[in-house]
Design a protein around this ligand. Sequence first.
Ligand code: AAO
Length: 512
Amino acid sequence: MKLVILLALFGVSLAQHNPHTKQGRTAIVHLFEWRWADIAAECERFLAPNGFGGVQISPPNEHIIINNPWKPWWQRYQPIGYNLCSRSGNEDELRDMITRCNNVGVNIYVDAVINHMCGSGGGVGSHSSCGSWFNANNKDFPTVPFSQSDFNDHKCRTGSGNIENYGDANQVRDCRLVSLLDLALEKDYVRGKVADFMNKLIDMGVAGFRVDAVKHMWPGDLSAIYGSLHNLNTKWFSGGSKPFIVQEVIDLGGEAISSREYFNLGRVTEFKYGAKLGTIFRKWDGEKLSYTKSWGEGWGFMPNGNALVFVDNHDNQRGHGAGGAAIVTFWDPKLHKMAVSYMLAHPYGVTRVMSSFRWNRNIVNGKDQNDWMGPPSHGDGSTKPVPINADQTCGDGWVCEHRWRQIKNMVIFRNVVNGQPHSNWWDNQSNQVAFGRGNRGFIVFNNDDWSLEVTLNTGMPGGTYCDVISGQKEGSRCTGKQINVGGDGRAHFKISNRDEDPYVAIHADSKL
Ligand code: AAO
């Protein structure tokens, strides 16, 4: 009996940790600032056929419009209300996207900004994405409605009203994050408005949420809000499915608030992962790839079942948030492909791939002067569509890392090896390593400044396999390198450090 109760409790608490991806799919892609119409098309033409499990979308609710600087990407992190019109499109387009993605088995996860409304200097008027009037000076947001008493200022004990010291948990939760008007989530009324917003999206068919700025909210308040969320829409999900919850908590250690406080509520972003992996692939601080034999919990990361992992995100790819210069992004394509592939090959965590837009990066004394720049847009500030080139890459400034052959093929690799153990580790005590996933896949990296030539036990059945990095299997031939695995599971690998991509990956479905 006790066991049954324990299992039931465990099941309930674990429910919000499950991304509910379909058909053995495993990876999520963040289509940062994409329009709903483009995401719908991408689900059908690319994400479903290539086995992507889901999409994290940019905040869909009404947000402030800022003209100085000119329509920065971060205006969407300043809510004006919960109407569903944003820079990415209106409510009909949002609903159409959710329906079409669900119909091809690709989940939608919403970036939910519920800690705050716009900045205190947001002004008065109707300069918001749905045109609703508001008055930031009086904390008046009639479209919700929220007013003075729905904000936390009376609880905050700092002179400025902003967070001044991350060593003080009360400040971090009760004061304003960079002057953003901080909602009083202890109030049933405020919790109710937030839950209504999230429930509307759940009923439309989303599979869950990336919750913004979670460090700045009390776990008890979040527990109350999550507890009032509906189950997922049974048109696409099995009965009793709870929404997937990923909580954005930046915890690199040394602050008053630890990510641990949120583990029982849902998954948590593991920011140490990208910061460390970037340092390793850059070979900074004496780090070596061979040290990653115990990658995951062995590196002091959070328990596997709690972690959402990523190489870079929309903040730290441009110097916001945390991680610093070590973070590898599309600006370093060779290292980025290797780091993302390492993540996708490794069993730790639920994985999220970043898909970015290009901006006029201009780093002066370590700070990007253009870190605010929004997505590719027309003269009037409206976001441009994502055009697809003949070679499957994207045009008009959309980077589409998720479409790069190496990354797309590693998303497939992760699905093929899903559930298999980390196995057959090899390293040269420097920056050449290899590991397998049971008898379903094997990957070899050369991040040293010299060639790799070695015969390794892959654990794979004998046969000829196509490398999915230099090419892939097409029909009955390989478009890139071929790897011959003997009947004993051993294979010879030769990887020059001067290769465009100095690594090789094979899996059960890339066998000829
Ligand atoms: C904009 C303007 C502001 C203006 C404000 C209001 O830039 O000047 O005051 O409007 O008018 C985004 C942008 C912000 C933007 C905001 C609203 O990034 O620039 O402000 O939209 O438009 C903290 C939070 C974390 C947050 C991160 C950016 O804890 O939740 O800052 N991320 C999310 C979103 C993000 C968004 C918001 C939240 C707000 O992903 O896109 O902001 O909705 C330490 C703390 C972290 C803290 C960082 C940065 O990190 O630990 O909790 O993140 O500082 O303040 C080492 C340390 C590491 C430390 C880091 C940086 O790495 O180990 O712990 O250094 O010091």
